[in-house]
Design a protein around this ligand. Sequence first.
Ligand code: SF4
Length: 93
Amino acid sequence: MRIGRKHLMLDTSWQHEANCLGVDPDLFFPERGASTKEAKEVCRGCVVREDCLEFALQNGEKFGIWGGMSERERRRIRRQRALARAERESGTA
Ligand code: SF4
């Protein structure tokens, strides 16, 4: 969990139950090309995983592992959601 100033208005109460509390934050921000396996392992057993992922998606978090997903995986979800939204708005869905 890495909460910047711009996030202060959002509900962050879920963070108190985060599995990553006390875990080295660097684990969640691996160098480019480094393994994300350990961070994802921590996330796997996290009871607030969905809240964390949604928080990152809503905030456009570009870096790190959130909700067990990498930047690339979150980008894919954002694209899918944008596509679904566009289809709904155009009435093709
Ligand atoms: S899903 Fe992962 S990064 Fe998010 S709160 Fe849980 S352990 Fe931390």
